[in-house]
Design a protein around this ligand. Structure first.
Ligand code: NIG
Ligand code: FE
Length: 413
């Protein structure tokens, strides 16, 4: 027996956006259906369309039918860049930054990522997993059904594995783990090259063997990991069978997006310092531009040139970059609002970026991001019209969320 959501006031399939692989999305690509139904059995969508076209065999009461009058239904959101697992906070450092000390200066004094590292090394697996689950639940309540989770606050073998194990314990929604050992230079090492060689030799093979992550990420930045050694490291990760991505061109134009394009990375993330040349190269590539405007707000930097990227034909995704330092927020609404207010993105582009675009960034476009037959039943139902999305920060809207065909949040009256 499946579940049939019937009499849906407005259903957004995002089918057109998926066909266009998340590029140049317009309102007509949202696949807006009025008076529609969606049927799913086990994890998969079996039928979707207008009520009138619902085949008779489905209308006969063999499914659990739910009347969705007044509701909007769309694909669950894909949150494709988070540092979900960490201990402690960096509120005092935030105050320092507001008083004029830069992020890099704080990092050079042993604060920043290294201060979270100390707390995270000292935390137990159980505590990290519990904090991770609570944070994941907060994402779920906003309609997130797929969540990327990075390691990178332990920077040694034992505790990086502990972070990835904590990430694997997160339940409810679909998760994708990423190994970000190359996040900062730990005190045990003097050079970035030596540390990357250690990660490649001692940690990547263990992560692979234990199946703790399928992706590898690097923070390429002046004062952090240099592009040449990072490229070598990422190529080694690819040889070991990992997908790769890059934190690129956030604080300076430091070559990260060039590396991403050259090695066929799934995504380049941040990308606010890129020029026309990098934009053209990204647009010609399969690499998704993952834009993180909440981090740009907290870092008081400029915003990425989303308009130019989209118009050049690049695929754009949006995410929170949730972490205790540069983006201590889990608020998708804020991210989408900033994209609209500061990055000249239209609402259909924002919705596409948080579904199809982000699905591509995770290489999950066959399964998630749009509501089509055969795809996963990852579904967000809400009381309000789709045009109210990414509009009113702080507003609470009643939501019901299905992940892989199971209700994971909210109640249907
Ligand atoms: O994506 N840029 C590097 N990593 C994070 C910041 C992590 C931190 O400050 O703890 C980011 O912004
Ligand atoms: Fe990040």
């Amino acid at each position: 027996m499946g579940i049939l959501l019937k009499n849906i006031s407005t259903l957004l399939t995002l089918q057109g956006a998926a066909q266009k692989q998340g590029c140049r999305i317009r309102e007509e690509d949202l696949g807006i259906l009025k008076q529609a139904s969606i049927l799913f059995e086990k994890e998969r969508i079996v039928w979707v369309g207008t009520d009138k076209k619902l085949p008779k065999e489905f209308a006969k009461k063999k499914h659990q039918e739910i009347n969705m009058k007044g509701k909007t239904v769309l694909p669950g959101f894909v949150e494709c860049h988070t540092h979900l697992i960490f201990a402690g906070d960096r509120a005092a450092e935030f105050e320092m930054r507001n008083q004029g000390v830069s992020y890099q200066e704080i990092a050079a004094r042993g604060g920043g990522i290294l201060s979270t590292m100390k707390k995270t090394r000292g935390a137990s697996l159980a505590n990290l997993a519990q904090a991770g689950q609570e944070r994941a639940n907060h994402f779920i309540s906003q309609g997130v059904t797929t969540l990327e989770i990075k390691s990178g606050y332990a920077l040694n073998l034992k505790d990086e594995l502990k972070m990835l194990q904590a990430a694997q314990k997160v339940q409810g929604l679909r998760t994708v783990s990423t190994f970000l050992g190359a996040h900062a230079l730990p005190p045990e090492f003097k050079s970035y090259e030596d540390y990357l060689a250690f990660l490649a030799q001692e940690i990547l093979p263990v992560v692979k063997k234990k199946k703790l992550a399928r992706r590898v990420d690097v923070f390429i930045e002046k004062g952090f990991f240099p592009p040449e050694a990072s490229e070598k490291y990422l190529r080694r990760a690819q040889e070991l069978g990992f997908e790769v991505l890059v934190h690129a061109d956030q604080l300076s134009l430091s070559g990260g997006s060039d590396v991403a394009v050259r090695i066929g990375a799934l995504s380049g993330d941040h990308l606010l310092q890129v020029t026309d040349k990098e934009i053209q190269n990204l647009a010609k590539s399969e690499t998704t531009c993952v834009l993180l405007p909440a981090a740009d707000l907290y870092m008081k930097t400029k915003y990425p040139p989303a308009r130019e990227m989209i118009d050049a034909g690049a695929r754009v995704a949006l995410a929170t970059d949730f972490n205790p330092g540069s983006s201590p927020t889990q608020d998708l609404n804020l991210v989408g609002l900033l994209a609209r207010l500061e990055m000249k993105m239209s609402l259909p582009e924002v919705i596409g970026a948080y579904t199809v675009g982000a699905a591509h960034a995770l290489n999950l476009q066959q399964d998630v991001g749009s509501l089509e037959v055969g795809k996963s039943a990852d579904i967000l139902c809400m009381e309000k019209d789709w045009q109210t999305l990414f509009y009113s920060v702080g507003e609470r809207v009643d939501k019901v969320v299905f992940s892989r065909g199971k209700k994971i949040f909210g109640s249907l009256k």
